[in-house]
Write a protein that binds this ligand. Sequence first.
Ligand SMILES: Cc1ncc(COP(=O)(O)O)c(C=O)c1O
Ligand SMILES: Nc1c(O)cccc1C(=O)C[C@H](N)C(=O)O
Length: 413
Amino acid sequence: MSGWSRAALEALDRDDPLARFRAGFQLREGLLYLDGNSLGALPQRTMSRLEQTVRGEWGEGLITSWLGAEWITAPRRVGDKIAALLGAAPGEVIVADSTSVNLFKAITAALSLRPERGVILSEAGNFPTDVYMMQGIAAFSGGRVRAETVAPEAVLARLDSDVAVLVLTQVHYKSGAVRDMAAVTRRAHEAGALVVWDLSHSAGALPVDLNGADADFAVGCGYKFLNGGPGAPAYIFVAQRHQAAAMPVLSGWMGHAEPFAFEDDYRPAAGIERFLCGTPSVLAMTALECGIDLMAEADMAAIRAKSLALGRVFMDLMDEQCAGLGFTLVSPRDDAQRGSQIAYAHPHGYGIMQALKERGLIGDFRAPDVLRFGLTPLYLRYADMLDAVSLIREVCEARAWDDPRWKVRAAVT
Ligand SMILES: Cc1ncc(COP(=O)(O)O)c(C=O)c1O
Ligand SMILES: Nc1c(O)cccc1C(=O)C[C@H](N)C(=O)O
């Protein structure tokens, strides 16, 4: 027995120091949104801010808004705000492009710092784009570098004098397991390698201390826990100590030392701006900034404490209500090793998730059999955990997965 009564959970909600944030999001009554680790919810303030940017800054100000509305400095301004969430210093993070593109930039910059080494290493089962980018870089290198993946538990032992760059995700997208950033970075540095961290499932979900961990490079998504909107721009961190020597391979004009000098030859900007490439999407950046500003009002220690507590409640209730229904916990039960999502494997995982979505619980399914439930402390309530698990039990007891509509998987799950 978990012992979690509705009254006890509602009492936790009443005492929740983050409770006020829920009203800051557009969430329809009755919806259980457990997918903020894939696409964060819409902050109310984003709508009015976007309208102001579109009508006033674009509509009225037109091109003068690049300076007048400070569009031109937005990548750095928003980057500095993200830096504060990641334990980085101002001038170490810039907002640009997608996470995939920033992976390319970070990996190639790291390779330029280790010209005598030829292996880009990652773990099997990492988020695909991280490994695909490694493979693309290796293919383009004409044999100079090789992309290699090993089993997660074999990564540290594989670090030797061949490895130039280690690419890892701090919180695993499928299991939610957390890597110890400081310990892994230390081991990589001892072996002479640099590390690129993908923080897509960490930023805004748990305290990150890039400089405390002596991190080299990091990248991450703006549209998950940072609530920046679908396709929000991503960010890249380059430690101050690497910035002067790390050469951008995507040498676009926005990363030039003097973009508006329109020189014939590329000269990289002195600082983090060299990791800009082309013109940023101002509307998307505006929406991202709203999400970041909202996140910055919350205490990260409170976010982490509530995220872990929501997870414990969810797992306790699953143990109690869904025992014997075919679920296997995929996420670590230990708080210290878990990010902000709970994943279960189930042989009918896809059908179960479709049935849940029809009934108002949105989570997601990751092939071949994983159901993922994202726990976003800014807008979820403890009582939502009980509603969610009760619905999961109902769907399973009714065998609602067994529906001809779900014999074929949708392209986006
Ligand atoms: C760990 C991780 N990296 C990268 C991405 C995505 O990168 P992009 O925004 O380039 O699609 C995701 C999710 O889509 C992810 O979970
Ligand atoms: N980036 C996504 C997209 O463009 C469509 C649907 C989902 C996504 C995701 O974010 C997937 C996500 N990174 C994951 O952890 O699985």
